[in-house]
Design a protein. Structure first.
Length: 494
């Protein structure tokens, strides 16, 4: 909590900061210890400040007091986005003015509130703040009721009903996007049910836009479309949609937030990665790195894509540096277990590369494989990936059988058989999937002994089949390009 509040304040520190947290005070000392990562937990902080444990009442009161004071500072802080005309800056201001009008109306004072609400209503309409438009219209209805003007009261009563309908369109569109986002946040699978939900949502939003052409609803429309095309692996349409989204932001510059710019550059980086334009992908990812921060937790997503790009560029040492940086970030321990699992899987692929290239010094820098019982640690940390049957679990099955080979485990043959069962149950029906083709040939290689001759034979068959598919983009489950994977396996078998 302290770190998160401090992160917000670091962007725009209020003038009252030093007065609220005086230098050389215990409360300031706790703030500095936490924000500079001098302590990792409450026990360490309490020991330094009070020579006691975290259960000490003095420490608990100090910590509670610090959280409260930081919360107050965040509340007093002026919100600043990329641009002073950004909608969020304006929205916070009009919400504040509407609150003042509300307090005056509670005392049956309506002369000045009328002026305030009129200004708020005009601004809200200009910037499509539908929630504020509804609130302002309701307050005007109250004002005219207090003034005893039935005609105006009825006029605003009808206006409220119309605006509430638009408000429903906005909230429903946002809800559709957020539901889809939640279902795909920890998954790289391409699923028919997600595609169907995207199409249904887009049809509804298209109808609503004919009636209420809100730039915010249009924004959700483009985001859902981008997800649809990504699920369909329709790279041409992804690029077209991204250009439309870019143009939409230029047409309505007030919707442009730092978060939206991060999303847009991330989508471009992913598109360029998928279409094998790796230098372009790296340019976009650099923009993302400038806009992201580990303290906001969004940099982990960016570095995940950056790691993938570096692997595909064969910049393996750089990929290792990214992995070390991510794992050493203080916020890593607070990541969701699904995220931690995906990082464990990515590290395993890099270990496979380092092992096959005999880069022993680089292996010493890996968070898991530089330590004893690394396989056991990996299997424990990667458990959550099994939930993503058409996504991360495929990566897990691929790299797990390679690790069994590296560690010379007798279970490798059973693992190969399990992969074939998995292929027939989940992947065989994916007739136009690079992943399905690769997965099958790797499984057959393992079942048939995983010796050098079998690897070479199945590699030749794989290359031929991938050529027949003629798919010019990478799959989401393709960390190491499939055309190069068996080369590493051959090196490993030497």
């Amino acid at each position: 909590m302290i770190n998160e509040l401090a992160f917000i304040l670091s962007k725009n520190k209020p003038a009252e900061f030093n007065a609220v947290l005086p230098e050389n005070s215990k409360i300031r000392k706790l703030f500095d210890l936490v924000t500079t990562n001098q302590v990792q937990n409450d026990d360490e902080a309490s020991e330094i400040i009070y020579s006691s444990t975290k259960a000490d009442k003095k420490y608990l009161m100090l910590k509670r007091n610090l959280v409260q004071k930081l919360s107050d500072l965040v509340y007093m802080q002026n919100y600043e986005e990329i641009d002073k005309d950004n909608y969020m800056n304006i929205q916070f201001q009009v919400e504040k003015e509407l609150l003042i009008a509300e307090k005056l109306l509670l005392k049956n004072v309506y002369h000045n509130p009328t002026k305030i609400i009129a200004k708020v209503e005009q601004t809200a309409e200009q910037y499509f703040f539908i929630d504020i438009q509804v609130a302002a219209a309701r307050k005007f209805r109250s004002v005219y009721a207090l003034k005893g003007i039935p005609k105006k009261t009825m006029e605003y009563h009808e206006k409220v009903k119309q605006l509430v309908k638009y408000q429903h369109y906005y909230n429903a569109s946002r809800g559709m996007w957020e539901k889809l986002y939640s279902k795909t946040k920890f998954s790289i699978a391409k699923l028919k049910e997600i595609i169907s939900e995207c199409k249904e949502s887009l049809e509804k939003i298209e109808e609503w836009l004919k009636v209420y052409n809100s730039p915010f609803i249009k924004l959700y429309y483009y985001q859902i479309k981008n997800l649809l095309y990504y699920q369909q692996n329709n790279q041409k349409y992804i690029l077209t949609n991204l250009k439309k989204l870019d143009l939409h932001i230029k047409q309505f510059p007030f919707i442009n937030t730092k978060a939206l710019q991060l999303d847009l550059n991330y989508y471009y980086a992913r598109y360029y990665r998928d279409t094998k334009q790796l230098d372009m992908a790296e340019r976009s990812i650099k923009k993302c790195l400038e806009l992201s921060d580990y303290r906001a937790f969004n940099k982990f997503l960016i570095q995940g894509l950056n790691f993938d790009i570096q692997i595909k560029k064969e910049s393996y040492v750089e990929a290792g540096k990214i992995l070390s940086e991510v794992n050493s970030a203080p916020q890593f321990q607070f990541l969701d277990n699904y995220d931690k699992s995906s990082w464990a899987v990515q590290e395993a692929f890099l270990y496979f590369i380092f092992k096959s290239l005999e880069l022993k010094e680089q292996i010493k820098n890996l968070p898991i494989y530089s330590k004893p019982k690394s396989l056991q640690t990996f299997l424990e940390r990667s458990k959550k990936s099994t939930k993503d049957k058409y996504g991360y679990n495929i990566l897990l099955l691929i790299i797990r059988v390679i690790l069994y080979k590296i560690f010379d485990l007798s279970e490798i043959e059973n693992e190969g058989n399990n992969m074939l069962v998995y292929y027939h149950r989940y992947l065989k029906k994916l007739t136009k999937s690079r992943t399905a083709v690769f997965f099958y040939h790797l499984a057959k290689t393992v079942v048939q002994g995983c010796n050098k001759d079998q690897i070479i034979d199945h590699n030749e068959k794989l290359i031929k089949k991938l050529g027949e598919l003629n798919i010019s983009s990478f799959d989401a489950t393709e960390i190491i390009p499939f055309e190069k994977f068996f080369d590493f396996l051959i090196r490993l078998c030497k």
